[in-house]
Write a protein of this length. Structure first.
Length: 506
């Protein structure tokens, strides 16, 4: 994961970000890992096992309500998790102010336009202070505001404290005001200390912080070159010398007074050097999309440097699987948050034990119907084995009840844009106009219609639909309208997997 993150951070898409879910099956155990806005669920049938053979058990399990277990993810990698919040605060918290469920993580202080849009003065200052990524932004100061020295800083502090002091706000704002006043006091003290040591150095530090808050320092060579004082396209040696000459000695004089601020500035200057040398402008998200709710992700360079707010550490859990029970696994992105864990279990139960793609498609359709343009998707799988392997036995040699060959019938729908000749196309069928998504949806709806009726008549009803709808030449085979016998290793892997996993008559 760290290697993948490093590759993304080194790519032109370094300001983009993504979450990750991964599953690894080893013998009778499955390891599920998550990073960022994902959910990894295991769904099971009720624990009571009826008498009878494996086919009977599976049929009962598929009909009974399933339960869901959140193994990894959910709110664990968001601001809502207290442990993650403490980690972020220790790194240099930059949270958009608001209700806990609506807080977002940002790499920059609140933009002036964003603050000006807030009519209420108290609310505007509370947001300004909460979102500030450095002492100067906390007080709303730029490098030019420091020229009058320490006295002017104390005046600004008194003016702001009259608005956000806990004694000056209502009870509903008191908790936010206490945090804001504490941060305001610490920022004023830090700036006064800097000015007492070296006013010019403090002005340079404010200049660096303002460039970072602009949000373009790591993306735009023009912004980086202006900060350093060199021309765009400068070589690495000349750029490095310019940084050392202009910044290193002044910042070193502030090291004892504000070590974290100096370290952050040095990291920002390293970013600026790399940007100047690179010479190309990189894509960055729109201002409205800069803040995120997750606390772990791959990519998102602005949230990892100069201050490491996001983590790329994967969290994984190992789960022991029960023999003789078909369990469902689902991995969902945060765009599927409107689909509950119970609904996931319901769809996995509905399509068990051999239709994971159908379950995933139905869940994705549910998520799409409840979201406004968010990326959605789902990955589902079913895991089942009959017995625990003996000590020392290979995990690949789990006891299986698979037959050596099966006879199957299927419904094939073609879609527009398929490449090449289809040797199995049904004669006389007009070229399709549907898309692949339309074909999958049509098959899903047909599947759910068939399994929702009397299972005793499923075979006959399925054959009728094969004759009516299938666009495969096998529908013309008499008397069964099927593909005939398929042996292990005798068909394409996806078809073989589905054929041998499907119960007789299923």
């Amino acid at each position: 994961v760290e290697g993948l993150d490093a590759l993304l951070l080194a790519s032109p898409a370094c300001f983009a970000g993504c979450s990750l879910a991964v599953g690894l099956l080893s013998g009778t155990r499955i390891v599920l890992g998550g990073l960022g806005g994902v959910r990894c669920l295991i769904c099971r049938p009720p624990p009571a096992t009826p008498m009878g053979g494996a086919p009977q058990r599976k049929a009962v399990q598929a009909q009974a309500p399933w339960t869901s277990q959140l193994v990894v993810g959910g709110d664990a990698h968001t601001i809502a998790c207290q442990d993650e919040l403490l980690r972020i605060e220790s790194a240099g918290c930059r949270l958009a102010d608001g209700a806990p469920g609506n807080r977002r993580l940002s790499s920059v202080s609140a933009r002036p336009a964003e603050l000006q849009a807030i009519a209420n003065e108290k609310e505007r200052l509370l947001v300004q202070i909460a979102r500030a990524s450095n002492p100067f932004a906390t007080l709303g100061l730029g490098s030019n505001d420091l020229k009058d020295g320490k006295t002017s800083i104390r005046k600004v502090f008194r003016k702001l404290s009259l608005v956000v002091h806990p004694d000056k706000v209502g009870e509903e704002l008191k908790a936010r005001a206490m945090g804001a006043f504490s941060k305001l006091d610490a920022a004023a003290s830090a700036i006064e200390s800097m000015l007492g040591i070296d006013q010019a150095a403090a002005e340079l530090l404010a200049l660096i912080d303002a460039a970072v808050d602009g949000g373009r320092l790591a993306a735009d060579p023009a912004v980086a070159a202006k900060l350093i004082g060199v021309l765009e396209g400068c070589g690495p040696k000349q750029t490095k010398q310019a940084v050392e000459k202009k910044f290193h000695a002044p910042l070193a004089r502030l090291q004892n007074a504000c070590p974290k601020d100096v370290e952050r500035a040095l990291q920002a200057l390293k970013l600026a050097e790399d940007t100047v040398v690179r010479g190309t402008v990189l894509w960055t998200p729109a201002e409205a999309d800069e803040a995120v709710q997750v606390t772990r992700a791959m990519g998102c360079k602005d949230l990892k440097s100069p201050t490491p707010l996001l983590s790329a550490s994967l969290v994984a859990e190992c789960v022991e699987l029960e023999p003789g029970v078909c369990v469902g696994v689902a991995m969902l992105p945060d765009g599927m948050s409107a689909v509950t864990n119970e609904e996931v279990a319901q769809q996995l139960a509905r399509h068990s034990p051999a239709r994971p793609r159908a379950a995933a498609l139905r869940l994705a359709l549910q998520g799409a119907s409840r979201q406004d343009g968010s990326a959605i998707g789902a990955v589902c799988a079913y895991l089942d084995f009959e017995s625990i392997p003996a000590a020392g036995a290979s995990a690949k040699r789990l006891k299986s009840s698979k037959p050596e060959r099966v006879r199957i019938s299927h419904i094939l729908l073609r879609w527009a844009g398929q490449k090449g000749e289809d040797e199995f196309a049904k004669p006389g069928v007009a070229p399709p106009q549907r898309t692949q998504a339309m074909a999958e949806l049509e098959l899903l709806e047909l599947c759910e219609e068939l399994i929702g009726q009397d299972p005793k008549t499923l075979g006959a009803r399925f054959k009728a639909q094969v004759l009516k709808r299938s666009e495969c030449a096998s529908a013309l085979n008499v008397p069964y309208a099927d593909l005939g016998w398929i042996e292990l290793g005798g068909a394409e892997a996806p078809l073989e997997a589905a054929a041998f996993a499907t119960p007789v008559g299923g």
